[in-house]
Design a protein around this ligand. Structure first.
Ligand SMILES: Nc1nc2c(ncn2[C@@H]2O[C@H](COP(=O)(O)OP(=O)(O)OP(=O)(O)O)[C@@H](O)[C@H]2O)c(=O)[nH]1
Ligand SMILES: [Mg+2]
Length: 454
Protein backbone atom coordinates (compact mmCIF):
# COMPACT_ATOMS: atom_id res chain seq x y z
CA UNK A 1 0.00 0.00 0.00
CA UNK A 2 2.99 2.23 0.67
CA UNK A 3 4.48 1.42 -2.65
CA UNK A 4 4.23 2.97 -6.07
CA UNK A 5 4.03 0.92 -9.24
CA UNK A 6 7.75 0.16 -9.15
CA UNK A 7 7.50 -1.34 -5.65
CA UNK A 8 9.42 1.66 -4.28
CA UNK A 9 8.14 3.39 -1.14
CA UNK A 10 6.75 6.74 -2.22
CA UNK A 11 7.37 9.96 -0.36
CA UNK A 12 4.16 11.74 0.63
CA UNK A 13 3.50 15.36 1.47
CA UNK A 14 0.59 17.28 3.00
CA UNK A 15 -0.28 20.25 5.17
CA UNK A 16 -0.53 18.89 8.72
CA UNK A 17 -2.19 21.91 10.29
CA UNK A 18 -5.92 22.66 10.05
CA UNK A 19 -7.06 24.46 6.91
CA UNK A 20 -7.36 28.21 7.35
CA UNK A 21 -5.08 30.98 8.54
CA UNK A 22 -3.01 30.93 11.72
CA UNK A 23 0.31 31.95 13.16
CA UNK A 24 1.99 28.74 12.08
CA UNK A 25 1.34 26.17 9.36
CA UNK A 26 3.18 22.90 8.95
CA UNK A 27 3.87 20.80 5.88
CA UNK A 28 4.93 17.23 6.56
CA UNK A 29 6.80 14.84 4.33
CA UNK A 30 7.31 11.14 4.95
CA UNK A 31 9.32 8.61 2.95
CA UNK A 32 12.82 7.93 1.65
CA UNK A 33 13.08 11.20 -0.32
CA UNK A 34 11.95 13.44 2.55
CA UNK A 35 15.45 14.60 3.51
CA UNK A 36 16.53 15.21 -0.09
CA UNK A 37 13.37 17.17 -0.95
CA UNK A 38 13.87 19.20 2.23
CA UNK A 39 17.43 19.95 1.21
CA UNK A 40 16.28 21.15 -2.23
CA UNK A 41 13.65 23.46 -0.69
CA UNK A 42 15.72 24.88 2.19
CA UNK A 43 19.35 24.44 1.11
CA UNK A 44 19.97 22.92 4.56
CA UNK A 45 21.17 19.48 5.57
CA UNK A 46 19.33 19.35 8.87
CA UNK A 47 20.66 17.71 12.03
CA UNK A 48 18.13 15.11 13.19
CA UNK A 49 15.59 16.46 15.66
CA UNK A 50 16.99 20.00 15.64
CA UNK A 51 15.10 23.10 14.55
CA UNK A 52 16.88 25.05 11.81
CA UNK A 53 15.91 28.48 10.54
CA UNK A 54 15.58 28.39 6.75
CA UNK A 55 14.33 30.12 3.61
CA UNK A 56 11.92 27.99 1.60
CA UNK A 57 12.32 28.23 -2.17
CA UNK A 58 10.55 26.78 -5.19
CA UNK A 59 12.35 24.76 -7.88
CA UNK A 60 13.28 27.97 -9.75
CA UNK A 61 14.84 29.51 -6.63
CA UNK A 62 11.93 31.91 -5.94
CA UNK A 63 11.37 32.45 -2.22
CA UNK A 64 8.05 31.22 -0.81
CA UNK A 65 8.46 31.92 2.91
CA UNK A 66 10.88 31.54 5.80
CA UNK A 67 10.54 29.35 8.84
CA UNK A 68 11.84 26.24 10.57
CA UNK A 69 12.82 22.88 9.20
CA UNK A 70 12.97 19.72 11.31
CA UNK A 71 14.14 16.27 10.31
CA UNK A 72 13.17 13.00 12.05
CA UNK A 73 15.11 10.06 10.57
CA UNK A 74 13.61 6.56 10.42
CA UNK A 75 12.72 4.64 12.47
CA UNK A 76 12.17 7.12 15.30
CA UNK A 77 9.47 9.22 13.67
CA UNK A 78 5.68 9.23 13.75
CA UNK A 79 5.40 7.08 10.61
CA UNK A 80 8.58 5.11 11.23
CA UNK A 81 10.00 6.52 7.96
CA UNK A 82 12.23 9.54 7.34
CA UNK A 83 10.07 12.57 8.07
CA UNK A 84 10.54 16.25 7.46
CA UNK A 85 8.53 19.17 8.77
CA UNK A 86 8.48 22.67 7.31
CA UNK A 87 7.04 25.23 9.74
CA UNK A 88 5.88 28.36 7.95
CA UNK A 89 3.39 31.17 8.41
CA UNK A 90 -0.09 29.68 8.59
CA UNK A 91 -1.48 30.73 5.24
CA UNK A 92 -3.08 28.04 3.05
CA UNK A 93 -1.59 29.66 -0.07
CA UNK A 94 1.94 29.18 1.31
CA UNK A 95 1.21 25.62 2.45
CA UNK A 96 -0.24 24.72 -0.96
CA UNK A 97 2.81 26.14 -2.69
CA UNK A 98 5.17 24.13 -0.47
CA UNK A 99 3.24 20.90 -1.11
CA UNK A 100 3.33 21.67 -4.85
CA UNK A 101 7.10 22.19 -4.75
CA UNK A 102 7.57 18.94 -2.81
CA UNK A 103 5.46 17.17 -5.45
CA UNK A 104 7.51 18.70 -8.28
CA UNK A 105 10.60 17.31 -6.54
CA UNK A 106 9.27 13.74 -6.42
CA UNK A 107 6.76 13.47 -3.55
CA UNK A 108 3.05 12.86 -4.08
CA UNK A 109 0.14 14.37 -2.14
CA UNK A 110 -0.78 12.20 0.85
CA UNK A 111 -4.19 10.52 1.02
CA UNK A 112 -6.44 11.02 4.03
CA UNK A 113 -4.99 9.27 7.08
CA UNK A 114 -1.93 8.08 5.17
CA UNK A 115 0.66 9.23 7.73
CA UNK A 116 -1.12 7.31 10.49
CA UNK A 117 -1.69 4.37 8.17
CA UNK A 118 2.07 4.20 7.56
CA UNK A 119 2.66 4.42 11.30
CA UNK A 120 0.43 1.34 11.62
CA UNK A 121 1.99 -0.55 8.71
CA UNK A 122 5.47 0.15 10.11
CA UNK A 123 4.47 -1.14 13.54
CA UNK A 124 4.64 2.24 15.34
CA UNK A 125 0.99 2.00 16.41
CA UNK A 126 -1.50 -0.83 16.45
CA UNK A 127 -4.89 -0.34 14.85
CA UNK A 128 -6.74 0.61 18.03
CA UNK A 129 -4.04 3.19 18.77
CA UNK A 130 -4.28 4.60 15.25
CA UNK A 131 -8.02 5.04 15.74
CA UNK A 132 -7.30 6.77 19.04
CA UNK A 133 -5.27 9.37 17.16
CA UNK A 134 -8.40 10.35 15.24
CA UNK A 135 -10.43 10.29 18.45
CA UNK A 136 -7.96 12.49 20.28
CA UNK A 137 -8.14 15.04 17.47
CA UNK A 138 -11.93 14.79 17.23
CA UNK A 139 -12.90 14.56 20.90
CA UNK A 140 -15.35 17.17 22.13
CA UNK A 141 -14.87 16.92 25.88
CA UNK A 142 -11.98 16.74 28.32
CA UNK A 143 -13.08 13.24 29.33
CA UNK A 144 -13.19 12.19 25.67
CA UNK A 145 -9.68 13.52 25.10
CA UNK A 146 -8.37 11.83 28.25
CA UNK A 147 -9.77 8.49 27.25
CA UNK A 148 -8.44 8.81 23.69
CA UNK A 149 -4.99 9.45 25.13
CA UNK A 150 -5.30 6.31 27.25
CA UNK A 151 -6.09 4.29 24.12
CA UNK A 152 -3.27 5.96 22.22
CA UNK A 153 -0.83 4.99 24.96
CA UNK A 154 -1.96 1.41 24.45
CA UNK A 155 -3.94 0.74 27.64
CA UNK A 156 -6.83 -0.73 25.67
CA UNK A 157 -4.53 -2.77 23.41
CA UNK A 158 -2.60 -4.11 26.41
CA UNK A 159 -5.78 -5.39 28.04
CA UNK A 160 -6.85 -7.03 24.79
CA UNK A 161 -3.46 -8.65 24.29
CA UNK A 162 -3.54 -10.06 27.80
CA UNK A 163 -6.86 -11.77 27.14
CA UNK A 164 -5.71 -12.90 23.71
CA UNK A 165 -2.48 -14.38 25.14
CA UNK A 166 -4.35 -16.26 27.84
CA UNK A 167 -6.72 -17.64 25.21
CA UNK A 168 -3.83 -18.79 23.10
CA UNK A 169 -2.15 -20.52 26.06
CA UNK A 170 -5.38 -22.27 26.93
CA UNK A 171 -5.76 -23.44 23.35
CA UNK A 172 -2.22 -24.75 23.23
CA UNK A 173 -2.85 -26.68 26.46
CA UNK A 174 -6.00 -28.11 25.00
CA UNK A 175 -4.39 -29.10 21.73
CA UNK A 176 -1.60 -30.81 23.64
CA UNK A 177 -4.25 -33.04 25.24
CA UNK A 178 -5.51 -34.14 21.83
CA UNK A 179 -2.70 -36.69 21.64
CA UNK A 180 -3.79 -38.40 24.84
CA UNK A 181 -6.66 -40.78 25.31
CA UNK A 182 -9.43 -39.61 27.62
CA UNK A 183 -8.15 -41.99 30.40
CA UNK A 184 -4.69 -40.48 30.38
CA UNK A 185 -5.89 -36.95 31.01
CA UNK A 186 -5.44 -35.98 34.64
CA UNK A 187 -8.72 -35.79 36.56
CA UNK A 188 -9.98 -32.25 37.08
CA UNK A 189 -8.30 -30.94 33.91
CA UNK A 190 -11.57 -30.16 32.15
CA UNK A 191 -12.99 -28.48 35.25
CA UNK A 192 -9.91 -26.32 35.54
CA UNK A 193 -10.09 -25.33 31.90
CA UNK A 194 -13.78 -24.54 32.27
CA UNK A 195 -13.01 -22.30 35.24
CA UNK A 196 -10.22 -20.59 33.28
CA UNK A 197 -12.63 -19.90 30.44
CA UNK A 198 -15.13 -18.45 32.89
CA UNK A 199 -12.49 -16.06 34.23
CA UNK A 200 -11.53 -15.07 30.71
CA UNK A 201 -15.18 -14.41 29.86
CA UNK A 202 -15.48 -12.10 32.89
CA UNK A 203 -12.33 -10.23 31.93
CA UNK A 204 -13.74 -9.70 28.47
CA UNK A 205 -17.03 -8.53 29.95
CA UNK A 206 -15.21 -5.77 31.81
CA UNK A 207 -13.34 -4.60 28.73
CA UNK A 208 -16.63 -4.65 26.84
CA UNK A 209 -18.33 -2.40 29.41
CA UNK A 210 -15.45 0.05 29.15
CA UNK A 211 -15.58 -0.11 25.39
CA UNK A 212 -19.30 0.69 25.29
CA UNK A 213 -18.69 3.74 27.43
CA UNK A 214 -15.84 4.68 25.12
CA UNK A 215 -18.04 4.50 22.02
CA UNK A 216 -20.58 6.74 23.71
CA UNK A 217 -17.87 9.27 24.61
CA UNK A 218 -16.74 9.38 21.00
CA UNK A 219 -20.03 9.21 19.20
CA UNK A 220 -22.81 10.07 21.65
CA UNK A 221 -25.64 7.64 22.36
CA UNK A 222 -28.60 6.78 20.11
CA UNK A 223 -31.59 5.53 22.05
CA UNK A 224 -34.74 4.19 20.38
CA UNK A 225 -38.03 3.53 22.16
CA UNK A 226 -40.12 0.62 20.88
CA UNK A 227 -43.01 -1.49 22.14
CA UNK A 228 -46.64 -2.34 21.58
CA UNK A 229 -49.36 0.33 21.16
CA UNK A 230 -50.17 2.16 24.39
CA UNK A 231 -47.21 0.65 26.26
CA UNK A 232 -46.21 4.14 27.44
CA UNK A 233 -43.44 4.88 24.90
CA UNK A 234 -44.28 8.55 24.39
CA UNK A 235 -44.75 9.08 28.12
CA UNK A 236 -41.26 7.68 28.66
CA UNK A 237 -39.86 9.87 25.87
CA UNK A 238 -41.36 12.99 27.47
CA UNK A 239 -40.16 12.02 30.93
CA UNK A 240 -36.57 11.47 29.73
CA UNK A 241 -36.66 14.84 27.92
CA UNK A 242 -38.34 16.51 30.88
CA UNK A 243 -40.88 18.14 28.58
CA UNK A 244 -44.19 17.18 26.95
CA UNK A 245 -42.81 16.85 23.43
CA UNK A 246 -44.82 13.87 22.15
CA UNK A 247 -48.59 13.52 22.28
CA UNK A 248 -49.72 11.05 24.91
CA UNK A 249 -53.17 9.56 24.70
CA UNK A 250 -55.09 6.50 25.79
CA UNK A 251 -55.96 5.76 22.14
CA UNK A 252 -53.64 3.02 20.85
CA UNK A 253 -51.71 4.22 17.81
CA UNK A 254 -51.35 7.84 18.97
CA UNK A 255 -47.78 8.15 17.72
CA UNK A 256 -47.58 7.65 13.98
CA UNK A 257 -44.29 9.26 13.05
CA UNK A 258 -40.82 8.75 14.53
CA UNK A 259 -39.95 11.71 16.77
CA UNK A 260 -36.35 12.63 17.43
CA UNK A 261 -35.02 14.84 20.21
CA UNK A 262 -31.55 15.68 21.50
CA UNK A 263 -30.69 15.69 25.18
CA UNK A 264 -27.75 15.12 27.50
CA UNK A 265 -27.19 12.67 30.30
CA UNK A 266 -24.29 13.77 32.54
CA UNK A 267 -22.81 15.83 29.72
CA UNK A 268 -22.93 13.08 27.09
CA UNK A 269 -25.06 13.85 24.02
CA UNK A 270 -28.01 11.50 23.61
CA UNK A 271 -30.35 11.28 20.59
CA UNK A 272 -33.70 9.91 21.61
CA UNK A 273 -36.33 8.55 19.21
CA UNK A 274 -39.95 7.80 20.03
CA UNK A 275 -41.65 5.49 17.51
CA UNK A 276 -45.00 4.09 16.53
CA UNK A 277 -43.74 0.57 17.33
CA UNK A 278 -43.20 -2.25 14.84
CA UNK A 279 -46.78 -3.43 14.47
CA UNK A 280 -49.35 -0.82 15.47
CA UNK A 281 -52.97 -1.47 16.46
CA UNK A 282 -54.48 -2.07 13.03
CA UNK A 283 -51.49 -4.09 11.78
CA UNK A 284 -50.52 -2.32 8.59
CA UNK A 285 -54.02 -1.13 7.79
CA UNK A 286 -53.59 2.37 6.45
CA UNK A 287 -50.58 3.71 4.52
CA UNK A 288 -49.67 6.35 7.15
CA UNK A 289 -49.47 3.71 9.82
CA UNK A 290 -47.43 1.48 7.55
CA UNK A 291 -44.96 4.31 6.98
CA UNK A 292 -44.75 4.82 10.76
CA UNK A 293 -43.84 1.15 11.23
CA UNK A 294 -41.23 1.40 8.49
CA UNK A 295 -39.66 4.38 10.26
CA UNK A 296 -39.68 2.51 13.56
CA UNK A 297 -37.84 -0.36 11.90
CA UNK A 298 -35.33 2.07 10.43
CA UNK A 299 -34.78 3.62 13.87
CA UNK A 300 -34.21 0.17 15.38
CA UNK A 301 -31.40 -0.50 12.91
CA UNK A 302 -29.72 2.74 14.01
CA UNK A 303 -29.92 2.22 17.79
CA UNK A 304 -27.08 1.89 20.29
CA UNK A 305 -29.58 1.19 23.01
CA UNK A 306 -33.15 -0.03 22.55
CA UNK A 307 -35.75 0.66 25.21
CA UNK A 308 -38.43 -1.98 24.78
CA UNK A 309 -41.47 -0.80 26.72
CA UNK A 310 -43.78 -3.50 28.09
CA UNK A 311 -46.48 -2.81 30.71
CA UNK A 312 -45.38 -4.35 34.01
CA UNK A 313 -48.26 -6.84 34.10
CA UNK A 314 -48.04 -7.99 30.45
CA UNK A 315 -46.19 -10.99 29.03
CA UNK A 316 -43.81 -10.47 26.13
CA UNK A 317 -45.57 -10.79 22.79
CA UNK A 318 -44.47 -11.50 19.25
CA UNK A 319 -43.73 -7.83 18.53
CA UNK A 320 -41.45 -7.68 21.56
CA UNK A 321 -39.54 -10.76 20.34
CA UNK A 322 -39.23 -9.14 16.93
CA UNK A 323 -37.62 -6.07 18.51
CA UNK A 324 -35.20 -8.26 20.47
CA UNK A 325 -34.24 -10.21 17.37
CA UNK A 326 -33.88 -7.04 15.28
CA UNK A 327 -31.50 -5.26 17.64
CA UNK A 328 -28.33 -4.38 15.71
CA UNK A 329 -25.05 -6.10 16.61
CA UNK A 330 -23.27 -4.26 19.39
CA UNK A 331 -26.45 -2.51 20.60
CA UNK A 332 -27.91 -3.00 24.05
CA UNK A 333 -31.49 -3.56 25.00
CA UNK A 334 -33.34 -2.73 28.19
CA UNK A 335 -36.78 -4.02 28.95
CA UNK A 336 -38.72 -1.14 30.48
CA UNK A 337 -41.55 -2.56 32.60
CA UNK A 338 -43.85 0.45 32.57
CA UNK A 339 -46.76 1.83 34.59
CA UNK A 340 -45.70 0.30 37.91
CA UNK A 341 -47.83 2.93 39.70
CA UNK A 342 -50.90 0.99 38.50
CA UNK A 343 -49.72 -2.08 40.39
CA UNK A 344 -48.27 -0.15 43.30
CA UNK A 345 -44.92 -1.76 42.61
CA UNK A 346 -41.56 -0.45 43.76
CA UNK A 347 -39.11 0.78 41.08
CA UNK A 348 -36.30 -1.70 40.55
CA UNK A 349 -33.63 -3.01 38.25
CA UNK A 350 -33.05 -6.71 37.65
CA UNK A 351 -31.68 -9.25 35.25
CA UNK A 352 -34.17 -11.80 33.92
CA UNK A 353 -33.89 -14.43 31.24
CA UNK A 354 -35.12 -11.75 28.81
CA UNK A 355 -32.22 -9.46 29.75
CA UNK A 356 -31.92 -6.30 31.85
CA UNK A 357 -35.21 -4.93 33.15
CA UNK A 358 -35.97 -1.57 34.71
CA UNK A 359 -39.34 -1.26 36.45
CA UNK A 360 -40.59 2.31 36.42
CA UNK A 361 -43.48 4.70 36.01
CA UNK A 362 -43.26 7.49 33.44
CA UNK A 363 -46.32 9.01 35.10
CA UNK A 364 -44.80 9.47 38.57
CA UNK A 365 -41.13 9.44 37.47
CA UNK A 366 -40.26 6.64 39.89
CA UNK A 367 -37.37 4.51 38.59
CA UNK A 368 -36.24 7.04 35.99
CA UNK A 369 -32.82 7.48 37.64
CA UNK A 370 -32.31 3.71 37.38
CA UNK A 371 -32.99 3.93 33.66
CA UNK A 372 -30.63 6.87 33.16
CA UNK A 373 -27.89 5.02 34.98
CA UNK A 374 -28.54 1.98 32.83
CA UNK A 375 -28.28 4.11 29.67
CA UNK A 376 -25.09 5.73 30.82
CA UNK A 377 -23.32 3.92 33.64
CA UNK A 378 -21.40 6.31 35.87
CA UNK A 379 -17.66 6.27 35.28
CA UNK A 380 -15.92 4.80 38.30
CA UNK A 381 -13.34 7.11 39.79
CA UNK A 382 -10.09 6.68 37.91
CA UNK A 383 -11.60 3.62 36.16
CA UNK A 384 -9.70 2.72 33.00
CA UNK A 385 -11.67 4.66 30.41
CA UNK A 386 -10.43 4.64 26.85
CA UNK A 387 -12.02 5.53 23.56
CA UNK A 388 -13.41 2.77 21.47
CA UNK A 389 -15.28 2.20 18.27
CA UNK A 390 -18.36 0.28 17.40
CA UNK A 391 -16.24 -2.28 15.57
CA UNK A 392 -14.37 -2.96 18.83
CA UNK A 393 -17.65 -3.64 20.66
CA UNK A 394 -18.78 -6.01 17.91
CA UNK A 395 -15.39 -7.77 17.91
CA UNK A 396 -15.47 -8.21 21.68
CA UNK A 397 -19.05 -9.46 21.67
CA UNK A 398 -18.23 -12.01 18.99
CA UNK A 399 -15.15 -13.16 20.90
CA UNK A 400 -17.22 -13.50 24.05
CA UNK A 401 -19.85 -15.56 22.22
CA UNK A 402 -17.12 -17.98 21.07
CA UNK A 403 -15.80 -18.26 24.63
CA UNK A 404 -19.28 -18.99 25.96
CA UNK A 405 -19.67 -21.65 23.27
CA UNK A 406 -16.27 -23.14 24.16
CA UNK A 407 -17.32 -23.32 27.81
CA UNK A 408 -20.54 -25.06 26.85
CA UNK A 409 -18.71 -27.60 24.67
CA UNK A 410 -16.17 -28.26 27.40
CA UNK A 411 -18.87 -28.77 30.01
CA UNK A 412 -20.62 -31.28 27.72
CA UNK A 413 -17.40 -33.23 27.15
CA UNK A 414 -17.52 -32.47 23.44
CA UNK A 415 -14.38 -33.30 21.42
CA UNK A 416 -11.54 -30.97 22.39
CA UNK A 417 -10.94 -30.04 18.73
CA UNK A 418 -14.29 -28.26 18.68
CA UNK A 419 -13.54 -26.31 21.84
CA UNK A 420 -10.09 -25.37 20.59
CA UNK A 421 -11.62 -24.12 17.33
CA UNK A 422 -13.95 -21.80 19.27
CA UNK A 423 -10.94 -20.41 21.12
CA UNK A 424 -9.13 -19.87 17.85
CA UNK A 425 -12.09 -17.88 16.51
CA UNK A 426 -12.28 -15.82 19.71
CA UNK A 427 -8.57 -14.95 19.42
CA UNK A 428 -8.98 -13.97 15.82
CA UNK A 429 -11.74 -11.48 16.63
CA UNK A 430 -9.64 -9.92 19.38
CA UNK A 431 -6.63 -9.70 17.07
CA UNK A 432 -8.74 -7.88 14.50
CA UNK A 433 -9.25 -5.06 16.98
CA UNK A 434 -5.55 -4.36 17.40
CA UNK A 435 -4.88 -5.12 13.74
CA UNK A 436 -2.70 -8.20 14.25
CA UNK A 437 -5.12 -9.87 11.92
CA UNK A 438 -6.64 -7.55 9.37
CA UNK A 439 -7.91 -7.00 5.83
CA UNK A 440 -7.35 -4.28 3.23
CA UNK A 441 -11.03 -3.34 3.36
CA UNK A 442 -10.92 -2.75 7.08
CA UNK A 443 -7.82 -0.58 6.81
CA UNK A 444 -9.30 1.45 3.98
CA UNK A 445 -12.45 1.93 5.99
CA UNK A 446 -10.56 3.18 9.03
CA UNK A 447 -7.95 5.44 7.49
CA UNK A 448 -10.05 7.06 4.76
CA UNK A 449 -12.09 8.69 7.53
CA UNK A 450 -9.09 10.63 8.78
CA UNK A 451 -8.37 13.98 7.22
CA UNK A 452 -5.46 14.72 4.92
CA UNK A 453 -2.21 15.34 6.77
CA UNK A 454 -3.02 13.04 9.72
N1 LIG B 1 -50.73 5.02 35.18
C1 LIG B 1 -49.86 5.20 34.21
N2 LIG B 1 -50.29 5.44 32.97
C2 LIG B 1 -49.37 5.60 31.98
C3 LIG B 1 -47.99 5.53 32.25
N3 LIG B 1 -47.34 5.72 31.09
C4 LIG B 1 -48.27 5.92 30.14
N4 LIG B 1 -49.50 5.85 30.68
C5 LIG B 1 -50.78 5.99 29.98
O1 LIG B 1 -50.87 5.03 28.95
C6 LIG B 1 -51.50 5.57 27.79
C7 LIG B 1 -50.60 5.44 26.61
O2 LIG B 1 -49.43 6.20 26.82
P1 LIG B 1 -48.48 6.67 25.66
O3 LIG B 1 -47.28 7.25 26.28
O4 LIG B 1 -49.22 7.49 24.67
O5 LIG B 1 -48.14 5.26 25.04
P2 LIG B 1 -47.46 4.91 23.63
O6 LIG B 1 -46.76 3.63 23.82
O7 LIG B 1 -46.68 6.06 23.16
O8 LIG B 1 -48.71 4.68 22.72
P3 LIG B 1 -48.85 4.73 21.12
O9 LIG B 1 -48.12 5.92 20.64
O10 LIG B 1 -50.31 4.84 20.92
O11 LIG B 1 -48.30 3.44 20.62
C8 LIG B 1 -51.83 7.02 28.15
O12 LIG B 1 -53.16 7.08 28.57
C9 LIG B 1 -50.87 7.33 29.28
O13 LIG B 1 -51.35 8.32 30.15
C10 LIG B 1 -47.57 5.27 33.59
O14 LIG B 1 -46.40 5.19 33.94
N5 LIG B 1 -48.55 5.12 34.52
MG1 LIG C 1 -46.77 7.11 21.49
Amino acid sequence: MNRGSGGRVETIAAAATAPGRGAIGIVRLSGPQAAEIGRRITGIDPTPRHAHYAHFRDAGGGEIDEGLVLFFPAPHSYTGEDMLELHTHGNPVILDQLVAVAVSLGARPARAGEFTERAFLNGRLDLAQAEAVADLIGSQSAEGARSALASLRGEFSTQLREVSDRLRRLRVDMEALLDFSEDDIAPGTRERQCADLGTLGHGLEEILANCRRGVVLTEGLKVVILGRPNAGKSSLFNRLLREARAIVNETPGTTRDALRAEMQIRGVPVSLIDTAGLRGPAQAGDPIEREGMRRAREALAWADHVLLVVPWDAALNEEDREVMAGKPAGAQITLVRSKIDCGEMEPSERESKEGWEVWLSALTGEGMELLERRLLPAQEQGGGAYTARRRHVIGLETARAHIVEAERLLARNAPLELTAEQLRLASRHLDQITGEYTTEDLLGDIFRRFCIGK
